[in-house]
Design a protein around this ligand. Structure first.
Ligand SMILES: [Zn+2]
Ligand SMILES: [Zn+2]
Length: 238
């Protein structure tokens, strides 16, 4: 109630178009929210790549056939383009963490639609190297994972996975170099808590998938059950 009154007196402005927002606890107006494009199936049953044709329904893409990922399935809620792309940029680089509620809701709605993570017992996010975290101040994937876990009642175990080596950005490297770049850059504490448990691994963007794959490799080595990867957005050609 108090929030509603505050919103009437001091309406929030949409982070994308600067128009006044009538609803409480929102940072993106209804018009801009409509412009955020949800990704639609058919998806690759492993990496979640969006197929163009119906004929490929229930299929696995060539990359996944060539090299099976360690995670069981990756999902990504929205297309990484337009208004969402600049909002994610603000979220990450201008530290506008208020957007986390709007972003977490986009992910949660998508998860409910496809029944994702209904058996997941532990939620964790892709960690940031402490040096990078110090410069950026927040790990956005971590904020999303906490919000999703809270909403869906999945226990959060973010501190178990650590980034121990600061690696150059993955997007600038070729496939093989990416895996090499990541090798031994993560470590898993309390690995026994993952044994036999289904895991939900959260990140903000899905680019090449090699980071979540390396995290999944460690988790599977510790006896984790099914691993679903969920990200907010993914580029069309990724
Ligand atoms: Zn707007
Ligand atoms: Zn695939």
């Amino acid at each position: 109630m108090l929030g509603v009154i505050i919103n009437l007196l001091y309406p929030a402005l949409c982070r994308a178009c600067s128009k006044k927002i009538n609803e409480f606890d929102r940072n993106i107006c209804a018009d801009c929210a409509k412009k955020i494009k949800e990704r639609l199936p058919p998806f690759c049953l492993r990496c979640g790549r969006q197929f163009k044709g119906e004929s490929e329904l229930k299929a696995i893409c060539a990359d996944c056939k060539d090299e099976t990922p360690y995670f069981d399935q990756a999902w990504s809620a929205c297309h990484y383009e337009g208004a969402l792309k600049s909002l994610i940029h603000d979220f990450k680089y201008k530290k506008i963490t208020a957007l986390s509620k709007d972003f977490a809701d986009l992910i949660i709605n998508f998860m409910k639609k496809y029944d994702i993570g209904k058996d997941s017992r532990i939620i964790l996010s892709v960690p940031m190297h402490p040096g990078r975290l110090f410069r950026r101040e927040v790990n956005h994937a971590d904020i999303l994972a906490r919000a999703i876990g809270k909403d869906l009642g999945i226990s959060y175990s973010g501190n178990a996975l650590k980034k121990i080596k600061d690696t150059p950005p993955q997007s600038k490297l070729k496939r093989e170099a990416r895996m090499k770049n990541l090798r031994s850059s993560f470590s898993l504490k309390n690995s026994r808590i993952f044994r036999g448990k289904d895991i939900l691994l959260v990140d903000d963007l899905f680019t090449t998938g090699s980071t979540v794959n390396e995290c999944s490799r460690l988790l599977k080595d510790s006896g984790a059950g099914r691993i679903d990867v969920i990200t907010l957005a993914r580029g069309d050609n990724a």
